[in-house]
Design a protein around this ligand. Structure first.
Ligand SMILES: C[S@@+](CC[C@H](N)C(=O)[O-])C[C@H]1O[C@@H](n2cnc3c(N)ncnc32)[C@H](O)[C@@H]1O
Length: 251
């Protein structure tokens, strides 16, 4: 397996070409289908006051507005592939966001039911998420920890608890980036030597992998975001990882 690169393409098609049990860990945040979510201020363009509400326009090559059933099937197919690719001690950290359908909470059970969900981690963000005044301001996202039976946390990682607070990424031009610190904490909580992000976006998982001396493989549909990620990785590598750890610069 050739690591440390980003493949431009559709992640389901690319994952179908990857061998069984070939990558230790998957860390990912898929498109949330937010534009087909009603009642959270996104669908009608009132993404509003949030600086990073570019998501109101979807992604450069994915409009984030699939019919609901099609979206659920797609995500379940993606999760099945991720599960096939990880070994018996592997895990998937699958980040998702609250959505609303016809004014009612959509709890994602239709995506994850039947998958071996071991735990849910709450990612508490500083400040709120795109919202509608009729709802209490949502302040967290969830990360499903989906594992094969022999998965173990790194020593002492359990002390981190299951509510993690990280401020959201504000400087990244991608519409929905992870904070590097969040992925750094995920990777350092495992014993993984390799990580796949099938929705790589701006390359955050790659940056965190480099910080943790872990091999990465990314897949991303948008050629623009692949270019963005590759540039970010190259810039980061020229700055050096010690620099990042010591000065906590944002990348
Ligand atoms: C929530 S964003 C991921 C952001 C990423 N975590 C980061 O830190 O930048 C989801 C990404 O999935 C990509 N995407 C959408 N459809 C895809 C597909 N079929 N295959 C691969 N990537 C896809 C979008 O272009 C977008 O960059």
């Amino acid at each position: 397996m050739e690591f440390n690169k980003i493949i431009q393409g559709d992640c389901l098609e690319v994952m179908q070409q990857l061998p069984n049990e070939s990558i230790d860990l998957v860390v990912t945040s898929p498109p949330y289908n937010l534009k087909n979510s009603t009642g959270n201020g996104m669908k009608d363009g009132r993404g509003g006051k949030w600086k990073n509400a570019e998501l109101v326009n979807g992604y450069s090559h994915h409009d984030d507005c699939m019919p609901h059933d099609e979206y659920i099937k797609w995500q379940r197919d993606c999760l099945s592939e991720m599960l096939r690719i990880i070994p018996n001690d592997g895990a998937i950290f699958y980040n998702h966001k609250w959505r609303v359908q016809k004014g009612l909470l959509q709890n994602r059970q239709d995506i994850v039911s039947g998958f071996p969900v071991r735990q849910i981690i709450i990612w508490r963000r500083k400040g709120g998420i795109n919202f509608n005044a009729g709802y209490f301001l949502p302040t967290y996202e969830v990360i499903y920890l989906i594992t094969k039976p022999d998965f173990k946390l790194a020593p002492k990682a359990n002390a981190l608890g299951d509510v993690w607070e990280f401020k959201q990424e504000m400087k990244n031009p991608h519409p929905a980036p992870f904070p590097v610190t969040l992925i750094d904490q995920i990777l350092s909580s495992t014993n993984a030597k390799s990580v796949l992000d099938p929705f790589m976006g701006s390359g955050t998982t790659a940056i965190a992998a480099i910080l943790n001396n872990i091999n990465f493989l990314g897949i991303e549909l948008s050629p623009e975001y692949v270019e963005m990620a590759e540039k970010r990785i190259a810039d980061f590598q020229s700055q050096g990882r010690l620099n990042f750890k010591e000065k906590e610069i944002e990348v």
